[in-house]
Design a protein around this ligand. Structure first.
Ligand SMILES: [Zn+2]
Ligand SMILES: [Zn+2]
Length: 356
């Protein structure tokens, strides 16, 4: 099942062709994955029953793309154009002393700069700087990737191409020789074989210190696939970044499931901010097991006791049936109804936090 999908049958068929070309490479698997407590019956698992994911094979995709009717729009007057990016410089990304600055680069890519005890730690989530396969990027980069400041840590939530771009990971590793690239459990071997010297992987519920930040790898409800043969052979997940009493959550790609409650139990103090995906939700019959919609993003953020939602995974790539501006307008409505704050931002804009 492809990762990025087109709304039109023609686009869908051209994507299938692209996937066939990509599939001419072979899967790179790590024998050690089988030792994971989250790996059984030849694949990584979700916490909850995940038949909703595994039951949806190729023919469900064909049904969606070629035969199913569009679901009614939630926000009927939402525009189908992506917002204009705010252009910035490298200096704009760096947090001042005692602060954490989170900048949306586009899609699931956020630049998190932590300035604590005289030391700056720069983090990128799911770095993807260009288009993917034949899918064009609809928001410009806030700055050229060559202009990015030094990066200490990259975290990848899962292997789908809209989150894990090998060329961009290689670019970052070459530019930052000391870079640590954290991948989900089972994917380290793939990273090393593909020339990512800084590749390592983490298991759910483990943590490590990177610079002035405590990094936690946590569950999500999703799946993984790059080429035939590696479907669900690399895990997927979410991350938390903790500095002092400040904790920021990055949800990756996820359906709504019990992991949010479990994470909330582990972080009873809640989160200062939560980077939540809000796009790629329509049609619900197809997307619900693997992608939350804005009401579910709000419910999850409330469960996590997040003080503010920083919405990502919208406007950048067309992956699903909803119009480009619908996710943020839908979030606006739901956040107001449930009394939670959210950042109404465009790529290049930031949210800043005092580190306590
Ligand atoms: Zn995904
Ligand atoms: Zn995604």
């Amino acid at each position: 099942m492809p990762v990025v999908v087109f709304p039109s049958p023609v686009g869908f068929l051209s994507l299938l062709l692209a996937v066939c070309v990509a599939a001419s490479g072979c899967a790179t698997l790590d024998e050690k994955r089988k030792e994971s407590p989250y790996f059984s019956e030849d694949r990584f698992r979700n916490i909850d029953n995940d038949e909703g994911i595994t039951d949806k094979g190729f023919w469900s995709l064909v049904r969606w793309k070629l035969f199913s009717r569009r679901e009614a729009e939630v926000i009927p007057d939402a525009a189908d154009e992506s917002p204009a990016t705010k252009k910035i410089t490298a200096a704009d990304l760096i947090a001042p002393p005692g602060k954490m600055r989170i900048t949306w680069i586009g899609h699931a890519t956020a630049f998190i700069s932590v300035h604590r005890d005289g030391r700056v730690t720069n983090i990128l989530t799911d770095p993807v700087f260009g288009g993917i396969f034949t899918v064009s990027r609809r928001t410009e980069m806030p700055l050229p990737k060559e202009a990015l400041p030094p990066v200490d840590l990259v975290v990848v939530s899962h292997s789908h191409y809209d989150h894990c771009d090998l060329d961009d990971l290689r670019f970052l590793n070459e530019k930052n020789p000391q870079l640590k690239i954290v991948l989900p459990e089972g994917q380290r071997e793939w990273g090393l074989k593909n020339g990512l010297r800084g590749a390592e992987d983490m298991r759910w519920w483990t943590k490590q210190n990177v610079g002035g930040v405590e990094l936690h790898f946590l569950p999500a409800q999703h799946w993984s696939l790059r080429v035939p043969g590696d479907r669900m052979q690399f895990h997927w997940g979410s991350y938390a970044f903790v500095a002092g009493k400040t904790a920021v959550y990055f949800a990756g790609d996820t359906g709504y499931a019990s992991h949010f409650r479990r994470i909330a139990e582990k972080f009873p103090q809640g989160f200062t901010a939560a980077l939540m995906p809000i796009g790629a939700y329509a049609p619900r019959w197809f997307m619900k097991p693997t992608h939350i919609d804005p009401p579910e993003a709000v419910a999850a953020a409330l469960e996590l006791k997040a003080k503010i939602i920083l919405p990502v995974h919208w406007a950048t790539f067309r992956q699903s049936d909803e119009k480009m501006m619908e996710p943020i307008l839908y979030l606006q409505r739901e956040a107001a109804a449930k009394g939670i704050r959210y950042r109404h931002w465009v790529p290049g804009e930031s949210y800043e936090i005092d580190i306590r």
